[in-house]
Design a protein around this ligand. Sequence first.
Ligand SMILES: C[S@@+](CC[C@H](N)C(=O)[O-])C[C@H]1O[C@@H](n2cnc3c(N)ncnc32)[C@H](O)[C@@H]1O
Length: 272
Amino acid sequence: MGLETVELFAGVGGFRIGLERAGHEVIWSNQWEPSIQAQHASECYVAHFGEENHTNVDIKQIDESSVPDHDLLVGGFPCQDYSVATTGAEGIKGEKGALWWDIERIAREKRPNYLLLENVNRLLRSSTDQRGRDFGVLLHCLHDLGYTVEWRVINAADYGYATKRRRVFIFAAQANTEWGQWMTSKVEKPDYLTQRGFFVDEFPVEDVQTQLPIAHPPNTTLEGDPKETSDEFEFDFEEAGAMVDGGIWTREVTPVYQGESPPRRTGNGWCS
Ligand SMILES: C[S@@+](CC[C@H](N)C(=O)[O-])C[C@H]1O[C@@H](n2cnc3c(N)ncnc32)[C@H](O)[C@@H]1O
């Protein structure tokens, strides 16, 4: 059955096309281009999908309680500095302006069962002077909200598309959902990321390393709270991984694709 979905950072609606093809229903969306008056992306979105339940205002101006209840929260959000300013009685407060914190506060208020997010693969490595900090903060926030998480860097060109785009896709499921329980029970299996995970059917991969243990402990663990992760955490995240109950498993994988090759771009046009 389709999921009631809220789409943030909707752009022209690329996510929505895929979601509707998969049978899901977008019940509310938001898109706003900062610093300019012309709102072409939002206009394009409305032209395709109608203006009902579409909002064209800065997400920072949206009160989280006004977002309708939903099952799935999606968004391709800009990659910025995610460092944490305070935690504790005041709750977590992130770097002002960073749009991750708007996803976080909506997820905190609405607790959708699932999130599906997209970002540039650089997110796994940033910030430049504390490698892996930003993704660590994101995982820690989701952990605090009761989610299990799986991620994968996917290059569309590796699966037959004529575009070279490496993006990290992040799937989060509340630990008590079927997906959350599946991840929790299987994440220690060495073939979880290549055979059993969320992305494997549509985007098959195999391990780069051939000798794998029968079960394996997490590669690292989140300690303390998101502020501690923001201040101290450094880690090399690989292209595939999962976070369950604060444990992080991650491995290098290589795409497996037997379909047609995408056409290659040449100096004067496309060729196959
Ligand atoms: C990476 S793009 C997402 C593209 C989208 N998935 C699509 O298919 O077109 C991020 C989008 O977030 C929008 N955006 C940036 N800052 C925003 C803000 N403060 N509030 C709402 N949207 C914002 C940008 O205008 C941009 O369209």
